[in-house]
Design a protein around this ligand. Structure first.
Ligand code: MRU
Length: 346
């Protein structure tokens, strides 16, 4: 995708240096910075502190971290320890575990195979997201008004994105989609990241407060909702950024189609239902403080809440399958009830 008209992936691997490079998402949208990590521990820390975030981008990064560890390891015991270290960074997005397992298994045979597997995971992520765009585009009519939550755009993947990919495809096809961007408290991935990438790619949009979706839906101003997913369980339940569940309930109330866009690497057939998903709890600092530039452009951190109060900060919630109209995947549109037939086919 484009930044200042130059194409970037969100994360990539520099093979000659065994080094991982990525766009620093903590600094966006105020500063565009590419950062590099020389060791798997530093790359894993970038996942934990959300320098890189979003299911597909986390998966690709974890795959690269696993490859870094395998290249540098003196023995297999170190690789086993590295895998545990990388997998302890963030528990909810299944792409992370999918990637570490694949690279780990490839590396058992040969170090070089670990590197090529990590690269393949990243390339497949980009291609699958492109296909999500192609399959989702026909759902979007020429002046469609779409509500999205969090950032499931190209920054959340290696390229193209999941929820935003159909919107980019529609735009490329000459349509004029309009996007309501939920700000997505507490970290503001919508206001900061989705709005940034839509601006960079000239897609018409407005940031809305998280609690205003019902207002716009009740006025008939939202034609569809598209969100991403961090994990889809065998029965079609979806873990996604906190606040997704309430958008799904609202969409049902107002008769608005609710789509979840995700590559197949996000489907976890080994987990029966959403009740079995571990939900990450993050520091309440994310809720109680906000960071951004002051009028002079100096970054400031300000408190947004009563000084003596603590907060609660679950990072994800689970939307039951019954609220989901269809999944937009790299294999086409799939109704939640039909998902299990894909497991039987694989
Ligand atoms: O906590 P984050 O920023 O890693 O959140 C994950 C997400 O990006 C969202 O839940 C997204 O909608 C699905 S992942 C592409």
């Amino acid at each position: 995708m484009l930044i200042e008209n130059q194409h970037y992936r969100t994360v990539w691997y520099e093979k000659d240096k065994n080094r991982v490079a990525m766009i620093n998402q903590v600094k966006l949208p105020f500063e565009f910075e590419v950062v590099h990590f020389d060791t798997y521990k530093d790359t894993a820390e970038a996942i934990r502190n959300m320098t890189v975030r979003g299911a597909g981008a986390i998966g690709a990064t974890a795959g690269f971290a696993m490859a870094q560890a395998i290249v540098d390891a003196a023995n297999w015991e170190q690789v086993v320890q590295a895998r545990a270290y990388i997998e302890a960074t963030r528990p909810t997005a299944v792409n992370l575990f999918y990637a570490t397992a694949k690279v780990f298994n490839a590396g058992k045979e040969q170090k070089d195979l670990a590197v090529s597997m990590a690269q393949q995971i990243a390339d497949e992520d980009a291609e699958n997201c492109r296909l999500i765009g192609e399959f989702g585009n026909p759902l979007i009519h020429s002046s469609c008004r779409i509500l999205t939550h969090c950032n499931a755009g190209w920054l959340a993947f290696v390229d193209f994105g999941s929820a935003i990919s159909p919107i980019y495809a529609a735009q490329r096809a000459g349509k004029q989609p309009f996007v309501y961007v939920d700000e997505t408290r507490p970290r503001g991935q919508g206001a900061r990241l989705t709005a940034y990438e839509l601006s960079q790619n000239n897609v018409e949009h407005r940031i809305i407060a998280d609690n205003s979706a019902a207002f716009y839906m009740s006025k008939g101003k939202v034609d569809m909702v598209i969100t991403g997913a961090d994990r889809i369980t065998a029965n079609g339940d979806v873990a996604n950024k906190i606040g997704t569940l309430e958008k799904a309930i609202l969409a049902k109330e107002f008769g608005i189609p609710f789509y979840v866009a995700a590559p197949f690497s996000t489907v976890d057939f080994s987990t029966a239902s959403g009740q079995d998903i571990i939900i990450e709890e993050r520091s309440d600092d994310e809720l109680l403080y906000h960071e951004g530039p002051d009028a002079q452009g100096v970054m400031r951190r300000i408190r947004m809440a009563a000084p003596d109060s603590k907060g609660l900060n679950p990072a994800f919630d689970v939307t039951p399958a019954r609220y989901i109209t269809a999944f937009i995947t790299n294999k086409g549109l799939i109704r939640p009830d039909d998902l299990k037939s894909y497991n039987e086919r694989e």
